[in-house]
Design a protein around this ligand. Structure first.
Ligand SMILES: [Cu+2]
Length: 322
């Protein structure tokens, strides 16, 4: 039965679905906190968080996880004590919102977080049966259930088609097939015709008389540098004069030459109503050109849309059109 092989492969593909059984708090914790914290495995950059929910009250914890920088700035005595103990390394503001902070605290206080192996879902651990934890167990059970369902369906179909019914009116069958094809074609073409004109491509705003103003943009972890002279590499940063304030005269057609001096970033322009109006990738060793005509006097924001590191959420800039 060689057909069973792709089915097993499909089962493996579906396996990561089991990860979804991880609680939202655990997921946030693993994404944002494990670089510096363990639960029950000792101090890393920050303290071991085992039992932390009994060391602080919930309100303090929520605020701390959301804005540790502000807590420290407010000279909170508990925070200053911790800062001193951890060699003045301050925990960064991770942009965690209140709901997320509460989920993380719930996770930190739950039994799930108490054990040692349970928090660690590195691949080596999840395949060793010795330290199997609840997340791995959920993934395994989900995988097995999905696999069993697929195998059963396959076997049922294999059984039902073993003896094909010999008397099929092929003409009638082809007719049905044609009708299905026609119906599907009408639906697809109809949907396409009805929606194509609404595809959000900008109409070209450029007229031959437009003056093009070139602005160079160099993205760097975690900010954007604008300049009137080209920036190609981090070497140029030493000589190129960056603009402190970017003001564009109303009605100008700007051609942004966008590159990056380190990792991949994105350069996205938002208008004053926070609607994205244009974007392009900022890639090292490559320059993307983006033409935008600014007919509206307003403050525009620039955001990075490509996760580029721990400070990505802070990567924003602005310019003014007037
Ligand atoms: Cu980024």
């Amino acid at each position: 039965m060689p057909k069973i092989i792709p089915i097993i492969a499909l089962g493996f593909l579906l396996n990561p679905l089991g990860i979804m059984a991880v609680s939202p708090g655990q997921q946030s914790f693993q994404q944002k906190c494990t670089a510096c914290h363990t639960i029950g495995k000792g101090d890393r950059v920050g303290p071991d968080l085992k039992g932390v929910t009994s060391r602080h009250d919930a309100q303090w914890l929520v605020r701390w996880i959301m804005e540790p920088d502000k807590v420290i700035a407010d000279k909170d005595p508990v925070a200053l004590e911790l800062l001193k103990k951890y060699n003045q390394v301050a925990m960064p503001n991770m942009g965690v919102n209140e709901a997320e902070a509460k989920n993380i605290i719930e996770y930190l206080g739950s039994g799930d977080a108490g054990g040692e192996e349970k928090v660690d879902i590195s691949w080596s651990k999840s395949f060793s049966f010795g330290g199997i934890g609840s997340a791995q167990l959920t993934a395994l059970v989900t995988f097995l259930v999905i696999s069993i369902v697929i195998v059963i369906v396959f076997l049922l179909i294999a059984r039902s088609t073993r003896n094909p019914v010999p008397t099929i009116d092929m003409k009638a069958a082809y007719k049905v097939r044609f009708k299905f094809f026609l119906a599907a074609a009408i639906v697809v073409v109809g949907t396409l015709a009805a929606t194509l004109s609404r595809t959000p491509y900008p109409k070209s705003v450029i007229t031959p008389s437009d003056q093009v103003k070139v602005l160079y943009v160099a993205a760097e972890q975690f900010f954007f540098r604008f300049s009137e002279t080209p920036i190609q590499s981090s070497e140029d940063l030493k000589t190129v004069k960056a603009l402190n304030e970017v003001v564009i005269p109303k009605g100008t057609l700007v051609e942004f030459h966008v590159t990056s001096v380190d990792v991949n970033h994105d350069f996205a322009i938002y208008d004053s109503a926070h609607r994205i109006i244009a974007q392009t990738q900022a890639m090292p060793h490559y320059t993307n050109r983006l033409q935008v005509k600014f007919d509206e006097a307003a403050d525009y924001s620039v955001l990075c849309l490509e996760y580029c590191g721990l400070g990505h959420h802070k990567m924003r800039s602005k310019f003014t059109v007037r």
